[in-house]
Design a protein around this ligand. Structure first.
Ligand SMILES: [Zn+2]
Length: 696
């Protein structure tokens, strides 16, 4: 059997110049076209990402996002200032306030509120300086590193088209936050020796989402930070899959546009154009269409003109779809964007009993890999086998997943699907560091077919067992490998399996106790006319099955006297229960509230009192039918004389009962009484008591 590799090559460098100072220089077409023609791996990578992107675009077109609501995606950014030793506020070391202003401007452009905005307006993507750093500590989202020790940096900054300064990777390696959790922006002194204060210069560059993580991010000049400077909005456009509108044109030769979703910039509401000369905002006839130039290209932030005011509706759709791709989706759910962190402190999972080795020879060619996991609203991203080296320890605090017992969850995995694969997933529920196939495995699938798009999705529903260790961070392990279709020895036999071509990944997973089945607002009771009436109200019910009503005469030993089925309404419910069991003195009641999974808790105890000892027949079954059932309300010293009369006063029966009678049961079935009112008379200890009862 033969399986196919999928080689990753970093994507094209995108150059951009500030129009107010210089001629645009952009190597995108040259690099992109060259790579597409000469590098099959690059082409495959671009095609796979584009296929996934197109699926997301179609989904968005079928269900377009509503306008006027909050941003659909909020992206945490970290700004790394690579200065040259100058104080904050000097040319290459902008202040925090300057950086915040630049992010504010970016957000105004992206929500359409910047004055003069045209086009689609609100892109529904916003950016926030990171609130939590990769160790989950509070942060400004800005860090500063002195790059002057890097050879060539002070004199020439970062290289793009020559080798005088520092390689971009050297600068990015100085400081980088997890590119799947933060969008990295490096602010540099110079690019190719120019700082943007005069002459022709490259203002910045960004890589498209498919770039290997170590190259992802924007590099831009410190002098291009600030309100009204379009470099950052432009580069962020590239970061979310936008091309220049003149993409595909060469000199005065226009791009083909037979299929606007495929050709040129792959955007249908931007006409094909040639690259503008001298940043001209062109009007008149567009030679690529034969019609008039449109502001959709000439005012477009992705073009090289002096009048950039807009993104188009189709660009918005493409950017939103890009934000959902496997390479970007981890940004918008990053804990880095949120000031609060759910655990304090975060305690990492116990050490694993085994760690898959990372050096298998088959890893180098990207035959397989786990790209993304989604669980309980959190995404965790990683790359493929060649870049992740077979094992990813993702158990840091920033990847924290949270589950609750008793709640069903879906785990969704995106796998590199160019070959048939298998996947096995465990949660170390008993927190012993090992992965038990019988009790801790939540998914095993072999022979997942390869996908045309290059991506496979696997989903499993599961519920955390009640026996799982709770209030602790446990280890989630996923092991992925090529299918045994290719070789039986690929079988993932245990959590200790070391992939030959696939990947193993660990993530931290906090499990909290099951939600209380019910929140009681009150539980109370009253005792009147020989009847205990209990009432309770819940404010919420979640997976609640029933209430069992328990009573006790001593407040210690309770027994079940009835059951009330729960409405199981998230807004709760109101309930009544009537206990006609006669008592004297105290009677204790409580509720046992039982969840559908068997978990339960008790209400507080309600005590009712009956101090009324004067009644003789304290409790009488009324109405009655063919028997009398009477509980005696007091301990009499003398015999009890009991008489039953009909409504006309005619004596029906007379009985003399001994003293200390607790309960009286008299069968009337043979007497053929008609329905109606009857009078029951007790006489004992000198007391005569008359009670009206009804036969029905
Ligand atoms: Zn560009």
């Amino acid at each position: 059997m033969k399986f196919r590799p999928w080689v990753l090559i970093w994507s094209a460098v995108l150059l951009f110049s500030d129009p107010s100072f210089s001629q645009a220089i952009c190597g995108f077409d040259q690099i992109y076209n060259s790579k597409m023609q000469s590098d099959p791996g690059f082409r495959k990578r671009i095609e796979s990402h584009e296929a996934a992107l197109q699926k997301a675009i179609i989904k968005l077109r079928n269900a377009p996002p509503k306008r006027g609501i909050a941003a659909l995606f909020t992206i945490p950014v970290v700004v790394h200032i690579v200065h040259t030793g100058g104080a904050q506020g000097t040319i290459y070391n902008p202040t925090d306030a300057q950086i915040q202003t630049t992010i504010d401007y970016l957000n105004q452009v992206y929500d359409g509120s910047y004055p003069g905005t045209e086009g689609v307006g609100d892109l529904q993507i916003q950016f926030v300086l990171a609130q939590r750093d990769p160790n989950c500590n509070p942060t400004t989202g800005i860090d500063r590193v002195d790059g002057s020790s890097v050879t060539g940096y002070t004199a020439n900054g970062v290289n793009v088209s020559n080798t005088n300064g520092a390689d971009q990777l050297t600068i990015k390696d100085l400081i980088r936050w997890d590119p799947f959790r933060y969008y990295n922006i490096w602010v540099v002194n110079k690019i190719d020796g120019l700082d943007g204060t005069s002459g022709t210069f490259v203002a910045g560059f960004a890589l498209t989402p498919g770039a290997p993580p170590e190259l992802d991010g924007t590099v831009m000049l410190a002098t291009q930070m600030g309100t009204g400077k379009k470099t950052l909005p432009h580069e962020i456009g590239h970061a979310f899959d936008l091309f220049h509108p003149f993409q595909g044109s060469v000199g005065t030769t226009c791009s083909t546009n037979a299929d606007c979703t495929v050709d040129g910039d792959k955007i249908c509401d931007t006409d094909p154009i040639t690259q503008p000369a001298a940043f001209a905002c062109r009007t008149g006839i567009n030679p690529c269409t034969g019609g008039a130039y449109s502001i959709n290209t000439e005012h477009n932030f992705m073009n090289y003109t002096n009048c950039t005011t807009l993104f188009t509706a189709d660009q918005k759709i493409r950017m939103l779809a890009s934000a959902e791709t496997v390479e970007r989706v981890g940004l918008s759910t990053s804990r880095g964007a949120i000031a609060t962190y759910p655990l304090n402190p975060f305690v990492a999972p116990v050490a694993a009993s085994c760690t898959p080795v990372t050096g298998a020879s088959g890893l180098s060619d990207n035959y397989a890999g786990i790209l993304n996991i989604t669980l309980a609203g959190q995404n965790s991203n990683s790359s493929t086998a060649a870049l992740d080296h077979g094992y990813v320890d993702g158990t840091g605090c920033i990847n924290l997943l949270q589950l609750q017992k008793g709640t069903p969850y879906n785990l969704t995995l995106i796998l590199l699907g160019v070959n048939r694969e298998q996947i096995r997933v465990w949660i170390d529920y008993n927190n012993d560091g090992a992965f038990d196939n019988a009790t801790e495995q939540i998914l095993y699938v072999n022979n997942i077919p390869s996908a045309v798009s290059g991506f496979d999705t696997a989903t499993i529903s599961f519920t955390v067992p009640s026996a799982a260790v709770e209030n602790a961070v446990l280890r989630l392990r996923l092991t992925e490998e090529l299918s045994t279709f290719y070789d039986p020895s690929f079988a993932i036999s245990s959590g200790c399996y070391s992939p030959t071509y696939g990947q193993a990944e660990d993530y931290p997973l906090y499990i909290s106790a099951a939600a209380l089945p019910v929140v009681l607002e009150y539980f109370r009771g009253s005792y009147m006319a020989n009847i205990s009436r209990l009432q309770w109200k819940s404010s919420s019910e979640l997976s609640l099955e029933k209430y069992e009503v328990e009573s006790s005469t001593d407040g210690q030993s309770f027994s079940v006297i009835g059951t009330v089925v729960a409405e199981n309404n998230s807004n709760g419910g109101t309930y009544n229960y009537t206990d006609r069991q006669f008592f004297v003195g105290n009677k204790f009641y409580r509720l046992k509230m039982i969840d559908k999974d068997g978990a339960f808790k008790y209400s507080q105890i309600v005590v009712l009192q009956n101090n009324d000892h004067t009644n003789v027949g304290t409790w009488i079954l009324n109405p009655f039918h063919d028997y009398l059932d009477i509980s005696m309300g007091r301990t009499s010293r003398q015999n009890i004389r009991l008489s039953l009369f009909d409504a006309t006063g005619k004596l029906i029966l007379k009985k003399i009962l001994p003293p200390d009678q607790n309960r009286i049961h008299i069968d009337l079935a043979s007497r053929n009484l008609s329905n109606g009112i009857y009078i029951l008379q007790f006489e004992t200890d000198g007391i005569i008591e008359i009670r009206k009862i009804i036969r029905q």
